[in-house]
Design a protein around this ligand. Structure first.
Ligand code: ATP
Ligand code: MG
Length: 411
């Protein structure tokens, strides 16, 4: 029988790689508390309509990447491809509106049917932060500061904040028309995908990953020519706020978000260290989303970060090491060893037992595990309620009383 294989684009991680993901999540959890973002726990599945209505039928995510299925009750269900839509659904369905403005954070798996490659998986993990019910540019600044501080805490200094505005609906409509005219004039030079986007969503051509499109994208009109004075003022407040908070940013006039619901601020933190998958955090203001779900008009801003991508950019987390490895010799010593290991662990000392193989093997296991000490228990020592404590750093060995073990290992 062929052994069972993992689903393509999923990862099973052991040791350092798993620790890296956990380190990213732990840093996020520390920082979001400093900023007063409440933790929310979200379902992995939602009605398909939650994503179809908000992310937009014309986006890659909805048209090609969703894991959707009919459940046994005949309902169309989708594994979340991101968190924002589900959080907004909850904002409406769970009455979270009473807490507005609401700052929330969460993290977990997201699922997209994509071509797996470095930094791109079918099940991946996101960190997510949202401020819902705040239309002020101060919310955008706070949210960007959170992302900036997270990167700093993780020791990632090679990610640059690229910032753009998509303006208000009036601005966006005028820009969209100009882009449509521009791209229509260069239709034949565009990739097949972008030709298809032309009628449905010309803004998305700016986001194209096809090299063929880039010259036409580079010569496309920029949004600045179309900004209403309100939209320009809003963007100005955001950039002033960033400067005041000493957050570095770069203007990226052709940056758009792939999803349809964005207004005003759009941004990505980008690095050149991950090849084509260089976007580590992405987000923006999505004032139109909650209305699309049938809720009241609610301004909101948020971002999502790819945990795997961030984890590739951090230094290796400190390996977890036991302080003591207990090495019992014989059945009586094994029982005593169980008592000792349990006692040490209850006192908060990381301890383990090596019960297989000869002494040399067990000592080398203790060394490999990075333990500070090996505690060797033999019958003779047991009579005296003692054991041999070997300092694996210096190689020194001495008899210690079992009652004074914690003191002997300096805990
Ligand atoms: P990309 O352009 O790389 O496809 P995206 O625009 O689809 O990204 P978002 O929907 O903005 O991505 O998701 C936010 C973040 O989640 C991304 O910036 C990235 O770090 C991460 N991400 C998105 N898709 C994947 C994936 N398939 N595998 C790993 N990480 C991902
Ligand atoms: Mg994508």
């Amino acid at each position: 029988m062929t052994p069972v294989q993992p689903v393509r684009g999923t990862q099973s991680l052991l040791g350092e790689e798993a620790d890296r993901l956990a380190a990213v999540v732990a840093a996020f959890d520390r920082v979001r508390r400093l900023y007063g973002f409440k933790r929310v726990e979200m379902p992995t599945i939602e009605h398909t309509a939650v994503f179809a209505r908000t992310i937009g039928e014309t986006t890659d995510v909805v048209s090609k990447e969703m894991y959707s299925f009919e459940d046994r009750g005949g309902e169309s269900i989708t594994l979340r491809p991101e968190f924002t839509a589900g959080i907004c659904r909850a904002y409406v369905s769970e009455g979270w509106q009473q807490f507005a403005p609401l700052k929330v954070a969460t993290h977990g798996s997201a699922f997209r049917y994509e071509r797996p490659q470095k930094g791109r998986f079918r099940e991946f993990h996101q960190l997510d932060a949202e401020i819902i019910g705040a239309g002020e540019p101060q919310a955008d600044v706070e949210l960007l500061a959170l992302a900036d501080q997270l990167l700093k805490e993780l020791g990632i200094d090679g990610a640059i904040l690229q910032l753009n505005t998509l303006g208000d609906p009036e601005t966006r409509a005028a820009w969209r028309d100009a882009l449509y005219e521009h791209f229509r004039g260069h239709r034949d030079a565009l990739s097949e995908d972008s030709q298809a986007r032309l009628e449905r969503n010309p803004l998305r051509i700016l986001d194209s990953k096809a090299h063929q499109d880039w010259p036409v994208v580079d010569s496309a009109p920029v949004i600045d020519e179309f900004l209403t004075s309100e939209a320009a003022h809003f963007f100005g407040r955001v950039t002033e706020g960033l400067d005041a908070a000493a957050i570095q940013w770069e203007r990226a006039p052709r940056l758009v978000r792939g999803l349809d619901y964005y207004r005003h601020t759009a941004f990505e933190f980008v690095t050149d260290r991950l090849g084509a998958q260089g976007t580590v955090i992405a987000g923006g203001r999505y004032d139109g989303l909650i209305e699309a779900l049938g809720g009241p008009h609610t301004p909101a801003v948020g971002w999502a970060a790819g945990v795997e991508r961030l984890s590739m950019m951090i230094g290796a987390p400190a390996a977890e090491k036991p302080s003591v490895i207990v090495i019992p010799l014989g059945p009586r010593a094994e029982l005593q060893g169980q008592a000792i290991v349990a006692g040490l662990r209850r006192e908060g000392v990381a301890a383990d037992m090596a019960y297989r193989g000869n002494m040399k093997k067990r000592l080398s296991r203790a060394n490999d595990a990075g333990a500070a000490y090996a505690l060797i228990i033999g019958d003779d020592e047991l009579e005296r309620a003692e054991a041999q404590l070997k300092d694996l750093g210096t190689g020194e060995q001495r008899a210690v009383s079992l009652d004074l073990l914690a003191e002997a290992i300096g805990q």
